[in-house]
Design a protein around this ligand. Structure first.
Ligand code: SAH
Length: 380
């Protein structure tokens, strides 16, 4: 096919197997945030304490963002230690944090109970503050341009390991760590891992993030984005959860031949099936779907691919789609590079000309390896 002759397929990089089920490893300790609100009272009662303390404990965690027993003055002193030890165990210890973009972006590296490393990134904008969370340690989807994908899958994160990244970010934003004190407003599942391959825990985490205080953090569902390589069955399942979260699909190529290489899960579910599932999601939820497209020089940035992308998306989703063009963030040692600005502009112009809304994503965190696909790669 046109455009294929001038790039090396990088076979050695893309030959990793697809891994859908995480290796069985020790689970992190149980945590309040693993439990739906109704089960928290039972858990507190099982510790021999009054069930209504569950609400107080939830308020400390989800509203005050605190796990400090000394601050829990509305809980009898005698009960605090046991409740905190059993239901708010430390799950993630910060190994280090680095910031850039004049202090508006901060990346944290976390160590879990078993030594597993994960990262999250907080980004402060004028009108919002966003945390990019990891849903798995590593990733089994083997995308050759993604640093996480090249490292394989270590394990799924628990629901509370995901909400802990959100809580830490909310504390940073509240306490003015990234500029004027504010409120964490957005959560994107675009850190390490394939969220829909850790389906149950991801959906539970979304509920904890969005449930009203004190059951959850009270962040609007519309301000949460779940990004996927395109696990078709899981997209359809997510459409039935009654959630209004934004679905982002990492397409990166409009044709199966190239997408088979760039997003190896395409060998299971083709572009047309992924777009069908995206349409189903948009119809069920009324939410516009985001399409992620990392522009890679001479690989997927040809004018004809822009035209094909535009016409496919227009046909499949009409007004229910927005394309985020992302300049490739080259991973160390990769022979691939971002598209030149001129090619990027032309690509976007053509997609828009096909009647599809399209913008170039502002990329934060490049100089601290906090941009797409680089999380924790340097610490393996
Ligand atoms: N597994 C999910 C979510 C994690 S990655 C998914 O694939 O959607 C979040 C986004 O960053 C995806 O669109 C992914 O393809 C993109 N990405 C990964 N590595 C990148 C890189 N080096 N440059 C630009 N985007 C990248």
């Amino acid at each position: 096919m046109a455009g294929r002759d001038n790039w090396d397929t990088g076979k050695t990089m893309s030959s990793l197997p697809l891994v859908f089920s995480a290796p069985h490893r020790g689970q992190p300790p149980r945590h309040l945030a693993d439990l739906p609100a109704e089960q928290r009272a039972e858990a507190v009662a099982a510790l021999g304490e009054k069930p209504l303390l569950a609400k107080q404990l939830s308020r400390h965690y989800f509203a005050r963002l605190s796990v400090d027993p000394a601050a829990m003055t509305d809980i009898p002193r005698s009960a605090r230690a046991a409740l905190v030890t059993e239901l708010l165990p430390p799950l993630l210890t910060e190994v280090r944090a680095v910031s850039c973009d004049n202090g508006a972006t901060s990346k944290s590296l976390w160590r879990a109970h078993d030594g597993t490393l994960v990262e999250s990134v907080v980004m402060r904008y004028d009108d919002r503050a966003t945390v990019c969370v990891s849903s798995q340690a590593g990733c089994g989807m083997a995308c050759p341009f993604c640093a996480t994908g090249q490292g394989g899958l270590r394990r799924n994160l628990s629901t509370a390991e995901i909400t802990e990244q959100v809580r830490a970010a909310a504390v940073t934003v509240r306490d003015g760590g990234l500029g004027p004190p504010g409120r964490l407003s957005n959560v994107v599942f675009m850190g390490m891992g394939e969220p829909l391959a850790n389906y149950r825990r991801t959906v539970d985490a979304v509920r904890r993030i969005c449930d009203p205080v004190p059951g959850g953090f009270g962040i609007s569902q519309r301000s949460v984005t779940v990004s996927t390589v395109g696990l078709v069955h899981a997209i359809r399942r997510l459409a039935g959860e009654g959630l209004s979260v934004t679905l982002a699909v990492s397409l990166h190529a409009p044709d199966d031949e190239l997408r088979d290489e760039l997003v190896p899960v395409n060998t299971r579910w083709k572009v047309a099936e992924v777009l069908d599932a995206a349409r189903y999601y948009a119809d069920r939820t009324g939410r516009r779907v985001s399409i992620e497209y990392a522009l890679i020089r001479d690989v997927n940035d040809q004018p004809w691919r822009a035209d094909l992308l535009g016409s496919l998306l227009h046909r499949a989703l009409g007004p229910l789609v927005h394309v985020n063009a992302i300049p490739l963030n080259p991973t160390p040692g990769s022979k691939w590079d971002a598209s030149p600005k001129q090619a990027e502009r032309e690509f976007v112009r053509r997609v828009i000309a096909a009647g599809v809304s399209c913008t170039v994503r502002d990329t934060r965190g490049r100089e601290i390896a906090a941009a797409c696909g680089q999380l924790a790669a340097s610490d393996r």
